[in-house]
Write a protein that binds this ligand. Structure first.
Ligand code: TXA
Ligand code: MG
Length: 311
């Protein structure tokens, strides 16, 4: 049984109490819903991996209330201060883990680094305040499937496998956070809700980026991911007969990510549109071309994974 909790005082208190008992609770962030557990507890964190069927080598992001809390767990290399201005927000930093920091080794998958984020969603922030500790949270979907942007998406994938979901409505950004490593030369590990161009501007230097087809540096960046059930083709202006066409801008399609060609709107709708196509039972999906700048980079990254050959 999975509880659906309202994000009011009683619901938040219940959610925080479940986390304190070592249980798993899904909650909304501005990017996607996360599946949270106490990052200090091996047993609690193991519950996340079990619920998601997530490979143990894939480390988790720890969610914290502010940049100060980040400094208690991680060393802050040059650049961290400049990028901390994006918090709260859709940016995850990979930083050297402080020796003796109270974080379960399951969270880092044994790496000497920790991924941290200060989320910008009132319900996430209220939950962090009520719980008062670090919350490890991957996206709240079965491993390899689409990320959830509503509580219904969470329950469709994880009902009965997690203790509760705080229902805070639809997520505003709609794609996961951008991941930047500052453990070495500043590197973009995952395109996401904060455009890389803005991060480079704040840093005053370019981010190194993984070449296409190169082994991913974020261990979770497996080629086939974010997978809807149907086969996906990209960059399609004119679909074949029998394909469900996902449009953008002037290309209308059967449903559109954004009829006005707005990338922010398209990011917010991306996973909901793919979930909807999934529910319709579509076996073949064609997606219109999406420009590759700003949030388009994150959208195209997710779409390429959705279209990748399945392992
Ligand atoms: O927007 C988000 O980031 C959402 C919300 C819930 O915060 N979370 C999320 O988590 O997308 P997840 O687990 O689905 O993706 C986290 C990614 C994975 O690809 C993982 O491999 C990578 O972050 N990661 C975590 N710790 C890392 C580390 N120490 N070094 C490199 N990559 C790391
Ligand atoms: Mg995920």
């Amino acid at each position: 049984m999975t509880l659906r909790l309202a994000p009011d005082d009683a619901g938040l208190a219940r959610a925080a109490a479940l986390l304190a008992e070592g249980r798993t609770v899904a909650f909304p962030t501005e990017t996607v819903y996360g599946l949270g557990a106490d990052a200090r507890s091996d047993a609690a964190v193991a519950g996340i991996f079990a619920a998601k069927d997530r490979p143990r080598f894939n480390p988790l992001i720890v969610h914290l209330p502010d940049a100060e809390a980040v400094g208690t767990l991680c060393e802050l290399p040059p650049g961290a201060e400049r990028l901390a201005r994006f918090w709260p927000g859709a940016l995850t930093l990979v930083l050297p883990l402080r020796e003796g920091a109270p974080v379960s080794p399951l969270v880092t998958a044994g790496l000497p680094t920790l991924a941290v984020r200060v989320p910008d969603h009132p319900v996430a922030r209220a939950l962090l305040a009520a719980f008062g500790g670090p919350v490890a949270a991957p996206s709240a979907n079965p491993s390899g499937r689409l990320s959830p942007t509503t509580a219904d998406h969470v329950l469709a994938g994880l009902e009965g496998r997690i203790s509760a979901v705080l229902d805070g409505g639809a997520c505003g950004v709609g794609v996961e956070s951008t991941i930047v490593s500052l453990a070495g030369a500043p590197a973009l590990l995952r395109a996401g809700g904060l455009p890389a161009e803005r991060i480079e501007e704040a840093l005053g230097q370019p981010l190194t980026r993984p070449a296409q087809g190169e082994t991913p540096t974020a261990p979770g960046q497996l080629a086939s991911h974010y997978a809807p059930a149907g086969r996906v083709r990209l960059g399609i202006e004119t679909p074949e007969r029998g394909e469900t066409h996902l449009g953008f801008g002037a290309i209308r399609g059967d449903l559109s990510l954004s009829e006005s060609g707005d990338l922010t709107e398209a990011a917010a709708r991306l996973f909901a549109a793919l979930h909807e196509i999934d529910r319709s039972g579509a076996e073949r999906i064609a997606v219109a071309p999406i420009p590759d700048h700003g949030l388009g980079a994150a959208i195209n990254d997710r779409l390429r994974r959705a279209a990748a050959p399945r392992g």
